[in-house]
Design a binder for this molecule. Sequence first.
Ligand code: HAM
Length: 412
Amino acid sequence: MLKALRGTKDILPDDIGMWQVVEAFARDIFSIYGYKEIRTPIIEDASLFIRSIGDATDIVRKEMYIFTDRGGRNIALRPEATASVVRAYLENSMAQNQDLTKLFYIGPMFRSERPQKGRQRQFYQLGVEAIGSDNPLLDVETIVLAARFLQKLGLRDFKVNLNSLGCEKDKQAIIKKYRDIIKPYLGSLCAECGERSKKNVLRVFDCKNEKCAEAVKGIKFDNLLCADCAEHFESVKKGLKNSGVDFIVEPKMVRGLDYYTKTVFEISSPDLGAKDAICAGGRYNNLIRDMGGKATPAIGFAFGMERLILAGKDKISMSAPSIAVFMAIADKALEYDAFKMMSLFRDNGLSCEMDREGRSLKSQMRKAQKLNARFTVILGEEEFRRDKVILKDMNSGEQKEAGMDEVLKEII
Ligand code: HAM
């Protein structure tokens, strides 16, 4: 029997309710914060990601799904959406007429990683990008948005790790300094970290190999930020404190993508074990310029939806799926009339179901309860002759006769 590919999963009807709740909460809060949805293609020119995420990163070196299409083009399944959003922003001249462009997305991403709990090869991200301002209050707003979203979902015990990588100059100074510091450790690092130390030494601190993590554990990170970046970081911290968002400064957090500058952050949940972040993001003030646009500062984040749902399994408040009306039929001869009425309910926006198996009235009532129906409409032969039905309020248990033409109005 054919099976779903390793690292991919079906989201089944029994589980979809949770996904829909999370998406609905996200759409709601993103819109309150001024974000509009964007949907970009799942396939892109591979060079988009190679240039933006960086050719020394694990994502580009080992995890990206790349194929050559029939026209000989190098295509990638998107491993993340920030690069695609920036491409779309530039290609569609979205900067026109507004100084700040706020976009959100929900959709599948692809990375060929070793699958484990909360780590898949096709996974969903839910993210935002705010393009056009370097104001530290926008960093604060972005992190506050992520925190409020989690709180709204019922998740409270998350941890926000914060760091600043500085501007391009600071980053170069940091890289230069750590290239020297790392030299004595090279013998204990994996071969790839040897390569990383030449291309982008900060990637060594991001290596998933336990031996490498152990080797560099003792290296202390100093503050190498220029005065401007240090001030920006102070303002972000002050703003977060004012907003009541707790955070921990984590000087070794370098993030797995090269486009970041200044503020970076990760949010983790104790339900997922030590390493896995539910959300991650940061500033990427040079990416738009590097991709051929005008220098434009920007910041964003993405939640991993599988991880969000794992962490929120018992916390996300969900009411059982319900329907508005269940049509019960006392006599199978009335099946066509019940069907007609069900169509009328549906045409008027009410979800409705009916029995199709000729079950007894008692077992139909049990089914109505199981489906969590708000009302049950019972069609009986005697009432039907008088153009009446019985309307039962499933919350109070009360029932009464109602005219066929009134029942829709009553339910609405
Ligand atoms: P990222 O850290 O690569 O950042 O991914 C963001 C989140 O996606 C992670 O924190 C995690 O929850 C989830 N995630 C990543 N890989 C997997 C996987 N294999 N399986 C399940 N979940 C996964 C980005 O993608 C950036 N684009 C975020 C961003 C937006 N930065 C600025 N704007």
